[in-house]
Design a protein around this ligand. Structure first.
Ligand code: AMP
Length: 492
């Protein structure tokens, strides 16, 4: 079934309900969603676009950008969201690789984006700005507000998401209608999302967390979004008393905790705080519980597979764990206790765009997808993510999982957070190196303190050979620590 119809069957039962309240005060009901997506879908189809044609979109977050995503699903087109941070080199590659029929950019990139579209022979280029205005909206406005949703099968392509790809070429993960509908259903059930919920949406919408997890669950439940253009801790705290849910990356939670106004009081109507996209520090998990009375529910997922694991809604939510595989997901660990996480299920994507060999490499002979994450499952079935396979350090022939050392270092008084990386070493191949942010309370911790502490707890091959102190760790927009940057910086 087409993902749009799957959602609309539910939300059109109450068309006058509010879908989205923007920070500008603008309101969109579900009837508006139906009409505006019809308008955009008609416009795109009348341009001559055919089923599966790509619509590449690099714009600021706005309600209209959400409607555009839905219009593409509805028209049977392939939505292709692009991170706002991407510059010319990256956009040139994506346009050439995806060959979109339409590309939509932010007006602030008009100096270069249309020229790249010309080079890539993209037939139609438009703009859309952060206030929801632009040549796309102007051109679409005369179109009809009636549209018959395209028929889509579960295997039909719905969205291409380019993975961040820190090494080699970025790959376009092909996400199908079946992936989107099944994952939305599973999450609504797992997290008890109902039409009475109100979610604070402060995530970017070019990434699965803000685009699929947050939007699709709300649409499927006919619930409401309080839509923030950007994450701002005090704006979120002001919105909490009117909300029931927040979905965030770990940095949202650490930033909320730096605000003195973040207490139990504004959280009274809240029912669920979800964290994902990067590991949540145990300190943050514990402090959040103390300050708000709420236990963050951590989940694990990726562009290629939607959501994979979640801590339970009712049972014990464990800090440092991403919970158990969601219903419909089969998960196994390759090679014993700690190893590569492999998964199977309706959530798993259909492959990398125009990379059949790369796709084949990432699946096992018996059809499991190799996530590239290293994990372990405990006796109760809870999964812990140890790190990315590419971040694994091999020192003197021993495998070293950075997460084990990071957890130990993070627990040392005077440490705010840490990242452990491998740097080239003439003897060991790679040397374990710790990069540490001291806590803000005037910590005078030294490298010798850290090394002597780790020595008492872990085997010598895991003890950092060097410790570097930095003001902050480099993170991408989803809050992931960019270890490739640290490796470059500290390799010498
Ligand atoms: P992306 O495709 O950009 O969403 O990135 C997916 C990757 O983020 C996963 O493969 C994991 O490495 C990481 N990730 C997502 N959620 C978590 C989590 N809760 N804890 C640790 N890593 C996570």
């Amino acid at each position: 079934m087409n993902t749009y119809d799957y959602f609309a069957e539910r939300f059109l039962q109450s068309p006058a309900r509010i879908f989205l309240e923007a920070d500008s005060g603008e309101i969109f009901t579900y009837a508006d969603v139906e009409q505006e997506t019809a308008r955009y879908a008609n416009f795109l189809i009348n341009l001559g676009l055919k089923t599966g044609d790509r619509v590449a979109v690099q714009v600021e977050k706005s309600p209209q950008a959400v409607l555009l995503y839905l219009a593409c699903l509805r028209a049977g087109l392939c939505y292709l969201p692009l991170n706002n941070a991407y510059q010319q080199g990256e956009i040139r590659y994506f346009l050439g690789d995806a060959e979109p029929a339409v590309a939509i950019c932010s007006p602030q990139n008009l100096a270069w984006f249309p020229a790249l579209c010309d080079d890539a022979k993209v037939p139609h280029t438009f703009t859309l700005d952060q206030n929801g205005a632009g040549s796309f909206i102007d051109a679409a406005s005369p179109s009809s507000t009636q549209f018959v949703t395209a028929t889509s099968k579960p295997d039909d392509l719905a969205v291409i998401i380019y993975t961040s790809g820190t090494t080699g070429r970025s790959k376009g993960a092909m996400v199908t209608h079946g992936n989107l509908t099944s994952n939305a259903r599973v999450l609504c059930d797992a997290w008890r999302i109902r039409f009475s919920d109100t979610l604070i949406h402060a995530l970017p919408i070019f990434h699965i967390h803000g685009l699929f997890v947050a939007l699709n669950t709300i649409l499927l439940s006919g619930a409401k979004l309080i839509f923030h253009r950007k994450f701002d801790a005090s704006a979120v705290i002001n919105a909490l008393p009117r909300a029931t849910m927040l979905m965030g990356v770990p940095t949202f939670y650490t930033r909320l905790l730096t605000e003195t106004s973040f207490t139990r009081e504004p959280c009274k109507s809240m029912r669920l705080f979800v964290s994902g996209s990067a590991p949540l520090l145990l300190d943050t998990f514990n402090e959040f519980h103390e300050r708000s009375g709420h236990t963050i529910l951590e989940r694990y997922g990726m562009s290629e597979a939607g959501m994979i694991c979640s801590n339970p809604y009712d049972g014990e939510r464990r800090g440092g764990s991403v919970g158990k595989p969601l219903p419909g997901v089969t998960l196994r660990i390759d090679g014993g206790e700690t190893g590569g996480i492999e998964i199977k299920g309706a959530n798993v994507f259909s492959g990398y765009w125009r990379m059949p060999e790369k796709t084949a490499e990432e699946f096992t002979a018996d059809g499991y997808f190799r996530t590239g994450d290293i994990g372990a499952i405990d006796r109760d079935g809870y999964v812990a993510i140890v790190g990315r396979a590419k971040d694994l350090i091999i020192s003197g022939g021993f495998n070293v999982y950075p997460r084990e050392i990071e957890l130990l270092i993070d627990a040392i008084p005077g440490v705010a957070e840490s990242a452990v990386i491998g740097v080239p070493h003439p003897d060991f191949g790679e040397a374990v190196t710790a990069v540490i942010v001291r806590s803000s309370n005037g910590s005078t911790l030294t490298d010798a303190d850290v090394i002597s502490h780790v020595k008492t707890e872990l085997a010598s091959f895991k003890v950092p050979k060097r410790v570097h102190f930095v003001e902050e760790l480099p993170r991408n927009t989803m809050g992931k620590v960019q270890k490739n940057i640290l490796r470059q910086q500290f390799s010498s």
